[in-house]
Ligand binder design. Structure first.
Ligand code: UDX
Ligand code: ADP
Length: 460
């Protein structure tokens, strides 16, 4: 079959993989090649067990893989064949040198640009999909402008998908942003990308702008979302002190149309590869421009999140007779949110490490994220067990800590769970997903987030 054009994507991760699968699925007239330096990742993209768990992803990949969607490690061939090249590599927080712990590490982005420069055999459109600092497109352009033979047009097309709902977000996005230079060539390149998305996204949802607005909009969207969670989590601490209920407060706030009801769920803390990294990225940019007050404002969002995770463990220690040493704790959920196997920056990492420091014996239950959990806890001192069976995890346990809002944890027989545990038994519900009154009536001492605890202990 002959294709209209070939699109390549450098980086087959949580963003590149699902995004390109949906593009291939919705645009059969394009050939899509996703490449990665990580051979194991590519092997898994070509297998029945994909490296990314996302509801609906398996079906889409099965439908188009081998037809117009290909996963490969041959980066050179993909760059040569494609006219449009998405760059979807990781941009983690820098762990060394200038800006350590705050600035984004752009070495993977730069090496992608250098690969494009090295292998290009004609003019190319380079689409920045990875979340980047403002003006990163300029950096890519600097590398590519070395070429004397070919012209490279750089576009910004940030991805707003959330993990766990990636396929739905890709199929029905709130908006697609495409930033370009306002030159005739920039606008022409932008139109090519618009044409791809227009295969399934209503035209009015495809927003075009200048590159810097597009880049900053991505950072700002994540900062706003994270700020809402930190705001509600900050209030949850106050609720616990004054006897208010954070769910009632959230509901009442969210009924105001101007505020809206989404992203107001108090939790043990937000995780995921984006929020912390992107806010730190924003903070770093502000500092670079001497905007210290603005930087401090956004940094507080991350600090409150750290506070919330620490507060959760401190609360466990205080309520469980001030010591966790040798106590068994069943941790329900390790993924940073439900419906994903991703554990990057998961609150569970911080919580479990702290529990182990307190010499607790931890058993982690998760339907999809155990493989990643094991990697995250590699080399950490202490006793950790892993299982997919919650009933096995709670045998002789003193406490359950709910850290991910997986549906399976709501469907368990808590009478049976209670019968298997040591008494007194505790539940710390870091996601407020369980029926607290029911648990209390069974005999548990229940500690939700942002609500008064329900305990059987008598005040002396
Ligand atoms: C986020 C953005 O939503 C997405 O647009 C962007 O492209 C990438 O970053 P993601 O990190 O995949 O997506 O998941 P998200 O649903 O935003 O959740 C992030 C974290 O916040 C999770 O740990 C989640 O459990 C937590 N959260 C979310 C809350 O604690 N309370 C809420 O009300 C919502
Ligand atoms: P995200 O969540 O943003 O998708 P991931 O870390 O899941 O981030 O994926 C990024 C992918 O990019 C990884 O699989 C990594 O191996 C790949 N990658 C990084 N640098 C390069 C490069 N220069 N060439 C090809 N692939 C790369």
């Amino acid at each position: 079959m002959s294709f209209k054009e070939t699109i390549a994507c450098i980086g087959a991760g949580y963003v590149g993989g699902p995004t390109m699968s949906v593009i291939a699925y919705k645009c059969p007239q394009y050939k899509v090649i996703v490449v990665d330096i990580n051979e194991e990742r590519i092997r898994r993209w070509n297998s029945d067990l994909l490296p990314v768990y996302e509801p609906g992803l398996d079906e889409i990949v099965k439908e188009v893989r081998g037809k117009n969607l290909f996963f490969s490690t041959d980066i050179e061939a993909a760059i040569k064949e494609a006219n449009i090249i998405f760059v979807s590599v990781n941009t983690p927080t820098k762990e060394y040198g200038e800006g350590k712990g705050m600035a984004p590490d752009l070495r993977y982005l730069e090496s992608s640009a250098r690969q494009i420069l090295k292998y290009a055999n004609g003019d190319k459109i380079v689409v920045e999909k990875s979340t980047v600092p403002v003006r990163a497109a300029e950096e890519i352009k600097r590398v590519l402008s070395v070429s004397e033979k070919y012209h490279f047009e750089v576009l910004s097309n940030p991805e707003f998908l959330a993990e766990g709902s990636a396929i739905n977000d890709l199929l029905f996005p709130d908006r697609v942003l495409i930033g370009s230079e306002e030159t005739p060539q920039g606008i022409k390149a932008r139109e090519k990308l618009v044409e791809i998305y227009a295969n399934w996204v209503p035209r009015e949802k495809i927003i075009t702008s200048n590159i810097w607005s597009s880049e900053l909009s991505k950072l700002a969207s994540n900062a706003f979302l994270a700020q809402r969670i930190s705001s509600i989590n900050a209030l949850s601490a106050l609720c616990e002190k004054v006897g208010a209920d954070i769910e009632e407060v959230s509901k009442n706030i969210g009924l105001d149309n101007r505020i809206g009801n989404k992203f107001l769920k108090a939790s043990v803390g937000f995780g995921g590869s984006c929020f912390k990294k992107d806010i730190l990225n924003l903070v770093y940019i502000c500092k670079t421009y001497g905007l210290n007050e603005v930087a401090d404002y956004w940094l507080k969002v991350v600090e409150i999140n750290e506070y919330q995770k620490n507060r959760f463990v401190t609360n466990m220690i205080r309520e469980m007779l001030s010591t966790l040493a040798d106590k068994k704790i069943a941790v329900f959920g390790f993924a940073f949110k439900a419906n994903t196997n991703d554990t990057r920056e998961s609150a569970a990492i911080t919580v479990v490490k702290k529990l182990l420091e307190e010499k607790a014996i931890v058993t982690i239950v998760d339907p999809k994220a155990l493989e990643n959990a094991k990697k995250d806890l590699e080399g950490v001192k202490g006793i950790v067990n892993y299982t997919e069976d919650p009933y096995e995890a709670v045998k002789d346990a003193d406490a359950i800590a709910v850290l991910t809002e997986w549906d399976v944890f709501k469907q368990i027989d808590y009478e049976k769970i209670y019968s298997l545990m040591r008494k007194p038994s505790f539940v710390f519900d870091g996601r407020n997903i369980l029926d607290h009154k029911l648990l209390y009536s069974i005999g548990f001492n229940v500690y939700p987030i942002g609500k008064p605890p329900l305990t059987h202990f008598k005040k002396i």
